[in-house]
Design a protein around this ligand. Structure first.
Ligand SMILES: C[S@@+](CC[C@H](N)C(=O)[O-])C[C@H]1O[C@@H](n2cnc3c(N)ncnc32)[C@H](O)[C@@H]1O
Length: 189
């Protein structure tokens, strides 16, 4: 996890009740980092049944940790019902659930990238506290990355929105980009 996130999260650290919500569990490194930052309630969503099951063998203690809530399915469907119950909490989102260009199991049936549905679910909530949204691999949402030609070999370009589409959903949120992470942040106190 990048240093930029560390700095950003320090701004919110006065709030020990922060909740961490992640799309894309994969090998659990995001969750492990969030535990190190001191989060006491974590939610992580993984679409691949193989990845979901594999984590149990890689790290059974992590899977049994009562602070961690794991969900099998697409964040496109699961994120909204999870966060509807968190609107009076400080929430940090780590949106990292997307196809990686390898196993077709690591995506949902709709597209390679659920980011617009995820952001819409976040933007629709009546938040009462601070919310920090971190989108990893921001370069995947830029013209530059697609124009370089690297993406087309492995990915379906039409499945990947551009940064302007993300920003349109998050109107009114502060935003900046650092170390391949795109941030949207807002205080609702
Ligand atoms: C880049 S990895 C996540 C890495 C992890 N967050 C970390 O910090 O180490 C992407 C993961 O997202 C999962 N994924 C892809 N589409 C998804 C979706 N619609 N909902 C949830 N997970 C998804 C993939 O199966 C894969 O495990």
């Amino acid at each position: 996890m990048a240093g930029a996130f560390t700095e950003k999260y320090k701004e919110l650290q006065s709030a020990p009740e922060d909740v961490w919500v992640e799309s894309g569990t994969y090998h659990g490194h995001g969750v492990l980092n969030a535990l190190r930052y001191g989060f006491k309630e974590l939610h992580t969503i993984e679409v691949s049944p193989a990845r979901f099951a594999e984590l149990y063998y890689r790290n059974p203690e992590l899977c049994r940790d009562p602070r961690i809530h794991r969900y099998l399915g697409s964040s496109r469907d699961l994120l909204r019902p999870i966060i509807e119950k968190l609107t009076d909490r400080n929430v940090v989102f780590w949106l990292d659930g997307h196809y990686q260009g390898e196993s077709k199991e690591e995506r949902d049936a709709v597209s390679e990238c659920p980011i617009l549905a995820e952001l819409q679910a976040i933007a629709d909530q009546p938040w009462k506290r601070s919310v920090l949204v971190c989108i990893d691999d921001w370069n995947l949402f830029t013209d530059n990355w697609w124009e370089n030609g690297t993406g087309q070999e492995k990915f379906t370009e039409s499945d990947w929105p551009r940064e302007s589409q993300l920003a349109e959903i998050m109107q009114g949120w502060r935003t900046h980009c650092e170390d391949h992470i795109l941030y949207f942040q807002r205080d609702f106190a």
